[in-house]
Ligand binder design. Sequence first.
Ligand code: PMP
Length: 427
Amino acid sequence: MSRSHDLFQAAQRHIPGGVNSPVRAFRGVGGDPVFFDSASGAYAIDADGKRYVDYVGSWGPMILGHAHPQVIAAVQERIQKGLSFGAPTELETTMADRVCELVPSMDMVRMVSSGTEATMSALRLARGYTGRDKVIKFEGCYHGHVDSLLVKAGSGALTLGEPSSPGVPAALAELTITLAYNDLEQVRETFAEIGNEIACIIVEAVAGNMNCIPPVPGFLEGLREICDQYGAVLIFDEVMTGFRVSRGGAQELFGVTPDLTALGKVIGGGMPVGAFGGKREIMSRISPLGPVYQAGTLSGNPIAMAAGLKTLELLSEPGFYERLSATTAKLLAGLQARADAAGIPFSTNQAGGMFGLFFTGEKVTNYAQATTCNQDQFKTFFHAMLERGVYLAPSAFEAGFVSMAHGETEIQATLDAAEQSFALIAR
Ligand code: PMP
């Protein structure tokens, strides 16, 4: 038995399900989760010393590759000066200046400690700013475990929310309206009916939590138009796409400007960091400037800022995103060719350094399609790849991530493993 197996048994004694975040538990694919011990560049090394080409990258933050020497050095240097003050530091201003420079729509930004905090705070701010309570989200989009956003759709154009988790009060879930991603008509119809009650639309500008599904042309533009028409706040959840699909995020890639943006993952370079920001007029409503309360003991933590700032500095180098996208495109083209050769219906999606693999012959543009992909084939593929030293997200509904440390060698190793794995499915 592997050490991961023993560690998983031990973990379950005092940790619910043996994990501190559910998707780590391999529920979607079966088997024991891999326990990791260290990581470097494109590779993660498990508790048994086995090495994997890693396409999870801590679910997105590790865009430079693991343990980048300059990021580690920045953290080591900063750590000598103390871990936390709960008072302002110059680093926070540097971070705010840098983020507002990189993300086109941001006049002001506040740091928090996770993506969930970022979306939760953006939502409260949108409600406080508009004086309205209802929010629109899209089926299959995940925005962290915020009560108001843990709501899934039933069928129908205007589905009043039904909570996805016990513990979310029905009275709160009722304020969340869940519509189909990439279906602008549903949004138009909903606004035509109750537009003046809607505080905001929150959307993953490229959906990354139902596998990877980019917006169809006109979708984000349409959301912008509708929000302007009805005085609702447009929130882009760029926790995953920020500094990932391009330097300025999905808003730069698609040229659509939201009112508020939530950030996380890459902005902390692997440390617990999130942020939300946007138009000065809206951000000025946040405490202590305005009445909408939001706070955090460890917000803007200096060690986290040091890791994030060094990461943002390094991804600003010329050609960074061109290379990241080209590596990702090469990986996807190679996988497609091998699936085709094995006669397996397969398609892929890409946005910059983020990708999706689908066991279906169709191009996938919405949640309904994503759920009809062949789950059994995905499971077989996942385990075959794992055995061959490639670590993919342990769920068919998660995006994959490429880092700048992924080069020719890693892509070729992945494609060789994939050729054998597709052959196993075809048998
Ligand atoms: N928004 C999106 C789009 C996410 O992908 C995630 C996490 N995967 C979150 C919000 C929540 O971030 P965190 O897990 O840091 O709370």
